[in-house]
Design a protein around this ligand. Structure first.
Ligand SMILES: Cc1ncc(COP(=O)(O)O)c(C=O)c1O
Length: 433
């Protein structure tokens, strides 16, 4: 199905909604183009004027099993007739328990205690609290250019863009070390330099005994889909083991087969002490999980909970998602489609000097736009124009980092749709020059 733009977006219905949106909704959100959604199915989005778009966003890596998957919709409908809110913090119900048990089957066996949440940031907050509680350490370490969410603890770890932190300090005590970036290895951005910076932190700023946890994304998501060198995560794991610091891996964006395996950290050969999940596990409903081992989960009844955590409808949707993900060949399809996407993007790079780098793992891929391949100066304005042009021609894309375009379609996408999307992007690149 070719995307079908019949009314130049934003059309009259979209303009009317956007006007009301501007009058009432907090202006703190940064929208990239004026898309007003009405419905969605698998890899297709429809706006309120009847235009159809091919989706390369999965709504920020949420709709991994495709938008409105019939099994997810059916599970939501069935559960809604029985029990929606179950006050899981005080009363037990079966669906959240089944979901948690099923989730642990996808994880390393040591990760067997599930704390249910409603979002990525809540999963991160829970991990910060548990790490402090269990270790007695007060400090956290995270990586520069990392993103972990926008609540106070999560925002303290986040260091992607100044605008996300400006005006909100002071923050929790977090020290940031550089994250290795293979495309921009100058400065101190190799694995060795990152480890040296960590050692320096322990020598000069805070002793390791006072550090509760190191938080890391296996691949930096909002920071630009930056894939560190293979040994990086293993080195961090070894350092945590040596110093008795917990390793928290934030798989909120990379999890649920986005990279071809349930957790991206599997591909780096690393087992976290705590893993944070959200986004795709709810199939479009707000659901998250912080999962740790029995030994680490030492907190007492009453020490952490939330009114909506363990919502029955969200967990029913999550169960349907896990069912779909466990289908024969799901991960293999992601790897195969991801290689196809990378090949198409590499072909684009041959034709357009604006594309400085192409990178990806599974269906988590990006191109980085630069003004010159020598200086690698970010082409931020060109990116804005390209994203808007692609949108006007029926392709939904999102930025990441300073000048990257991310490709994170529903994992159900077929090669034919990847080709259609890349061709729309090619035409946008041509128009920009
Ligand atoms: C790696 C990572 N952690 C945490 C979050 C925060 O998730 P949420 O927006 O659901 O709070 C995000 C969101 O993009 C993320 O990518």
């Amino acid at each position: 199905m070719e995307p079908l733009i019949t009314t130049k977006p934003p059309g009259p219905s979209a303009v009317a909604v956007l006007k009301r949106d501007a009058e009432v909704i907090s202006q703190s959100m940064a929208r990239h183009y004026p898309l007003v959604l009405e419905r969605a199915q698998d890899v297709n989005l429809w706006d309120v004027d009847g235009n159809r778009y091919l989706d390369f966003t999965a709504g920020f890596a949420v709709m991994n099993v495709g938008w409105n998957h019939p099994k997810v919709v059916n599970a939501i409908q069935q559960q809604a007739t029985l029990l929606t809110h179950g006050a899981f913090l005080a009363f037990c119900s079966e669906t959240p328990v089944t979901f948690a048990q099923r989730l642990t089957e996808f994880l390393p066996p040591s990760l067997n205690r599930v704390c249910l949440t409603n979002s990525g940031a809540e999963s991160v907050e829970a991990a910060m609290k548990l790490a402090r509680y269990h270790t007695g350490g007060k400090y956290f370490i995270a990586f520069s250019n990392g993103f972990h969410g926008r609540t106070y603890g999560a925002l303290s770890l986040t260091s992607t863009k100044a605008i996300q932190r400006a005006g909100f300090g002071p923050f929790l005590p977090v020290l940031h070390a550089p994250f290795p970036n293979p495309y921009r290895p100058q400065g101190c951005e190799s694995t060795d330099a990152s480890l040296a910076a960590l050692e320096d932190i322990f020598k000069r700023e805070v002793p390791a005994e006072e550090v509760a946890a190191i938080f890391v994304e296996p691949i930096q998501g909002e920071g630009g889909y930056i894939i560190p060198p293979k040994p990086f995560l293993r080195e961090i794991r070894a350092l945590c083991d040596e110093l008795g610091i917990l390793l928290v891996v934030d798989e909120v964006q990379t999890g649920c087969y986005r990279t071809g395996t349930f957790l991206a950290s599997e591909q780096f050969g690393v087992k976290p002490d705590i893993v944070c999940l959200s986004k795709a596990i709810g199939g479009g409903l707000p659901l998250g999980a912080m999962v740790a081992s029995e030994e680490v989960t030492t907190w007492l009844p009453g020490s952490h909970a939330g009114t909506f955590a363990g919502n029955n409808v969200a967990c029913a949707a999550g169960l349907a998602v896990l069912d779909i993900l466990s289908g024969e060949g799901f991960g293999a399809h992601v790897v195969d489609a991801g290689l196809h996407l990378l090949q198409r993007l590499n072909e684009l790079q041959q034709d357009y000097d604006l594309i400085g780098d192409v990178r990806g793992m599974g269906l988590m891929a990006a191109i980085e736009l630069v003004l010159s391949k020598e200086t690698k100066e970010p082409a931020t304005e060109e990116r804005r124009v390209i994203l808007n042009d692609a949108f006007e021609n029926g392709l939904a894309l999102l930025p990441a980092g300073e000048s990257a375009i991310r490709f994170c379609p529903p994992l159900t996408i077929e090669k034919g749709d990847i080709d259609i999307g890349v061709e729309i992007l090619r035409r946008s690149l041509k128009r920009v020059g």
